[in-house]
Design a protein. Structure first.
Length: 227
DNA sequence: CCCCAGGCCGCGC
DNA sequence: GCGCGGCATGGG
């Protein structure tokens, strides 16, 4: 691992500078005030629904749950499986996800468990893998676990030429970032945004805010110059 | 028609 | 421990 702490922070600051604060995770505070439910439960539910699925589709499912006043662990648990499937259908994999919602609602009730449950425990829940677990722990539990996703892996691979397993990359980020919830939350969100705007499957290096630090972008530049 | 999206599980190796 | 097929809707 060649890059230094300052290099990682430099990327964070460059992305923050060009994209601004992302304010993940989006939650409908107003809904929960009126319903008397805990907004952290929406984060957990959203984390399941967004697995390999665009957020747009997740929003439709969340709207369906809200309309029926069921966007909570209690709502998920008391709704018959078949009805729950229909409500979350727009988010895809709806049979799996309906089951997983009930599993996680059971495992994390009462919701304050997100502040204490060991990561290993959470990973035992059917439907919760590493990324979902870390997203839940960070965004709902306010705990210092860095979330790695496909976008993060792609960006790390391009910028630093570094490959690694989920755990390797997570530990690398955690070792080289300040122990600051705000940084963890925003950085993950910024990497996501960056992957959508520039570091796409087919990269767009023209105008990229970190092209001066990025190994891949530098290589492209040299190729253009014929060096 | 194709590919992709804020993954995970169960399996074989 | 890693690679693979299956899971499914909606948008480009």
């Amino acid at each position: 691992m060649r890059s230094s702490k300052s290099e990682l922070l430099k990327v964070y600051e460059a992305l923050l500078e060009s994209y601004g604060k992302q304010n993940w995770w989006p939650v409908d505070e107003e809904y929960h005030r009126k319903a008397g439910s805990d907004p952290r439960e929406e984060i957990v539910i959203g984390a399941i629904l967004t697995q390999n699925t665009s957020w747009k589709n997740v929003e439709k499912a969340l709207e369906n749950l809200k309309r029926e006043n069921l966007l909570s662990f209690e709502g998920v648990l008391k709704t018959p499986l078949e009805k729950l499937q229909e409500l979350v259908r727009p988010s895809g994999y709806y049979r799996q996800k309906a089951r997983r919602l009930k599993e996680v609602a059971k495992a994390l009730s009462p919701i304050d468990k997100v502040r204490t449950i060991p990561r290993e425990e959470l990973l035992k829940v059917k439907g919760i893998g590493k990324e979902t677990a870390d997203a839940v722990l960070l965004y709902a539990g306010n705990r210092l676990f860095f979330v790695i996703d496909a976008y993060t892996k792609r960006i790390v691979s391009r910028v630093w030429g570094m490959e690694g397993s989920y755990e390797e990359l997570r530990k690398w980020f955690e070792a080289n970032l300040p122990k600051d919830l705000e940084v963890y939350k925003e950085f993950h969100a910024l990497l996501d945004e960056h992957a959508k705007r520039f570091c796409k499957k087919t990269p767009v290096c023209e105008g990229c805010p970190v092209r001066n630090i990025c190994i891949f972008a530098q290589k492209i530049k040299y190729n253009y110059q014929g060096i």
